[in-house]
Design a protein around this ligand. Structure first.
Ligand SMILES: Cc1ncc(COP(=O)(O)O)c(C=O)c1O
Length: 392
């Protein structure tokens, strides 16, 4: 069923403030997300943070169910954290590595993940190796298969990179990882909220994501999925008395669920927003969302192909809702700032955020336009008209 865009826009106060194509950075929150946060904040002001938590305990506890439902997980497999990077690092730094072991990753890997690889290479003597792409620019599962030996301790890839429409074959990678018994950590930061995500289909052991991008949740939220089989064995790199209750003077017991990767204190205002965002996405339907946002992005690509001086940087097919491009003779930072003055909001992607890909393809700073389902074809027309004016 087609989405009711009028209703969706009426539910999105931010569409009144301008033309927003920044879902890959942070998307516009819908009213229920805003309301959930405002209500909880007001309650905290009225009766204090601890009392507000107690009064809303059921709803707040339900956030684990909402996030679990969103990705086909069980609630005990979810840890709620501050952002995708914290979730990813919690899993990554918990994994024990021995000198000589290998980490296999993707060319599209995000900077935060890669520097962590480098740190563990320095600290633990592991090597970091990049799985080549196929001719279309997607990670090549056959190449991955050929690289596997008994020294591979982790496969960690980025599903959708920050800079373009590439969608890596995350499920094919998972099939290989599971068949070979190798832990698989998937960065799904740009995927959650723009398409269906099912940890069962993906066969991943760990998955990290953020709230503020395509999921339309608040900044400062993210989550980590930890497959049940790991829950009782994986010791977090850092713990507190929430992750591991202090049960005797000389002993702690790790929690039996993924919340061993959390700490005691949290923003319940933000959590309320994250839960509302997960519910909202599911009410609209992730398949319908994907169809709409990928369709809008393709429509934008078609317009950009006709724009003199525009160059697209997508890899692989089909491409997702992140459109990376340049305009001849235009400095991306200056253009983003000039568009901002006209209340048109897009982002830019620095080569350092995806250094392997950027060096391999000699990428400059890319302009990044990422529509969401609340955008319209008319807005895309306006956007491209503004680009034309900027290059004239
Ligand atoms: C592919 C990818 N992974 C991870 C991250 C980090 O997410 P966060 O800022 O929520 O830690 C980003 C952020 O842009 C990203 O694009």
């Amino acid at each position: 069923m087609p989405l009711d865009i009028d209703r969706i826009r009426a539910d999105t106060p931010g569409v009144q403030s301008g033309l927003h194509l920044g879902a890959a950075g942070s998307a516009l929150a819908p009213r229920p997300v805003l309301a959930a946060m405002q209500d909880h904040l007001a309650l905290e002001a009225e009766i204090g943070g601890y009392e507000a938590h107690a009064r809303r305990a059921e709803t707040l506890d339900g956030v684990y169910d909402r996030v679990a439902e969103l990705i086909g997980a069980q609630r005990r497999e979810i840890a709620l954290v501050e952002n995708a990077t914290v979730g990813w690092c919690q899993a990554f730094y918990a994994l024990p590595f021995k000198p000589g072991q290998r980490i296999l990753t993707s060319e599209a890997e995000y900077a935060a993940n890669y520097v962590a690889f480098l740190q563990r290479a320095k600290r633990d003597g592991v090597t970091v190796e990049v799985v080549p792409n196929d001719a279309s620019g997607r990670l090549d599962p056959a190449a991955l298969e050929a690289m596997i030996d008994e020294r591979v301790a982790l496969i960690a890839i980025t599903w959708i990179p920050t800079n373009c429409g590439l969608v890596n074959p995350a499920a094919a990678v998972g099939k290989i990882a599971r068949a070979r018994g190798i832990p698989y950590l998937l960065d799904a930061c740009q995927a959650v909220g723009q398409m269906p995500v099912d940890v069962g289909d993906l066969n991943c052991d760990f998955l990290s994501a953020t709230g503020r991008k395509f999921l339309r949740g608040p900044r400062g939220t993210g989550f980590l999925y930890v497959r049940e089989a790991w829950l009782e064995t994986l010791e977090p790199a850092m713990i507190d008395h929430f992750a591991a209750p202090w049960v005797a003077k000389d002993r702690y017991d790790l929690r039996p669920d993924a919340r061993r990767f959390e700490t005691w204190e949290n923003s319940y205002v933000l959590r309320a927003g994250l839960g509302a965002a997960a519910s909202y996405a599911q009410e609209i339907g992730l398949e319908a969302i994907q169809e709409r946002v990928w369709g809008l992005a393709d429509s934008l690509r078609q317009r950009l192909r006709k724009l003199p001086g525009a160059r697209l940087y997508d890899l692989g097919e089909p491409a997702c809702a992140i459109v990376g491009f340049t305009l001849e003779g235009v400095t991306p930072g200056a253009l983003v700032a000039a568009l901002r003055k006209k209340s048109i909001f897009i982002g830019a992607s620095d080569p350092e955020s995806t250094r392997l890909d950027s060096e391999a393809r000699r990428l400059p700073v890319l302009l990044r336009a990422a529509p969401h389902y609340y955008n319209t074809e008319e807005e895309l027309d306006r956007f491209v008209t503004a680009l034309k004016a900027a290059t004239a």
